[in-house]
Ligand binder design. Structure first.
Ligand SMILES: NC(=O)c1ccc[n+]([C@@H]2O[C@H](COP(=O)([O-])OP(=O)(O)OC[C@H]3O[C@@H](n4cnc5c(N)ncnc54)[C@H](O)[C@@H]3O)[C@@H](O)[C@H]2O)c1
Length: 249
């Protein structure tokens, strides 16, 4: 195995975040799993610990900086300095623009954009100290091609792509890379909820628009994260890595 690195994954109780935490844990890295959903977090982290992984599970709302700071202090104490951050936690819900309340707009920005800022900023001093760090954000192809009834989501995810590129330039001199993965359709509880409420077409229908005619799996995204966080990816920074079955090229 490559060197052990302390990894933080947000939104780790479900979907892609869970797949990413599982993959880093399987590779032998200590993983801090952060999420708001206490029950699912306890269940999934216990399963990984039972399998022998070094896991710290913490209930955190990434939109709340005080909660993030407290969690990171605990992670440093228990697992050690932070080397890898996967800013994955996010929410998505359909809302037409004309009736969108300021509160709905603001919560989307608070979680999906400012939450990414909170997730990354307090980890960077550890990476600077180590002269090595890896940051991967999970954006969305909604930021690349737009999504109807999701102007707020598209805007927040576009912000994540801009944040990723700005940071990539700023942190390169410290040996830290920053990249983003903008998925199209990944089969997760979030995607299934959208299908169930009719907010998005059935996954089978969307799959017909994807050259590799299936939704992505959480592990498709996790595999790309693992590569981007390896030593072999040290010359890749500021990039959008489209892990999307060819849906957007
Ligand atoms: N599934 C897709 O097709 C798809 C496509 C493009 C982008 N994305 C993005 O991928 C990421 C993961 O999505 P998913 O499909 O796995 O969703 P999911 O709902 O299955 O999992 C998201 C997890 O994030 C957690 N979370 C939400 N808000 C949080 C907060 N404020 N603080 C901490 N945790 C919070 C949830 O509790 C949940 O466990 C999101 O950022 C989403 O926008 C998903």
């Amino acid at each position: 195995m490559a060197k052990e690195r302390v990894v933080i994954v947000t939104g780790a109780a479900s979907g892609m975040g869970l797949g990413i935490a599982q993959r880093f844990a399987a590779a032998g890295h200590p993983v801090a799993m952060l999420d708001m959903q206490e029950g699912a977090l306890a269940r999934e982290s216990a399963a990984l610990k039972d399998a022998g992984a070094n896991i710290l599970a913490l209930k955190v709302d990434v939109a709340d900086r005080a909660q993030v700071d407290a969690a990171y202090a605990g992670i440093r104490k228990t697992l050690g300095p932070i080397s890898i951050v996967i800013a994955n936690a996010g929410i998505s819900a359909a809302q037409d623009f004309l009736t969108m309340s300021v509160e709905t707009w603001q919560r989307m920005i608070d979680v999906n954009l400012t939450g990414v800022f909170h997730t990354i900023q307090p980890a960077v001093p550890d990476m600077v100290e180590q002269k090595w760090g890896r940051i991967v954000t999970i954006s969305s192809n909604a930021a690349q091609i737009g999504a109807s009834d999701r102007a707020h989501y598209s805007a927040a995810k576009g912000g994540v792509i801009g944040l990723t590129k700005g940071l990539a330039r700023e942190l390169a001199r410290h040996g830290i890379t920053v990249n983003t993965i903008p998925p199209s359709l990944v089969d997760t509880p979030l995607a299934r909820r959208g299908e169930a409420t009719g907010e998005v077409p059935p996954l089978d229908v969307i799959s017909q628009m994807i050259p590799i005619s299936r939704p992505g799996t959480p592990d498709d995204i996790a595999a790309a994260c693992e590569f981007l966080c390896s030593d072999g990816a040290s010359y890749i920074t500021g990039q959008q890595i489209n892990v999307n079955g060819g849906m957007y090229m």
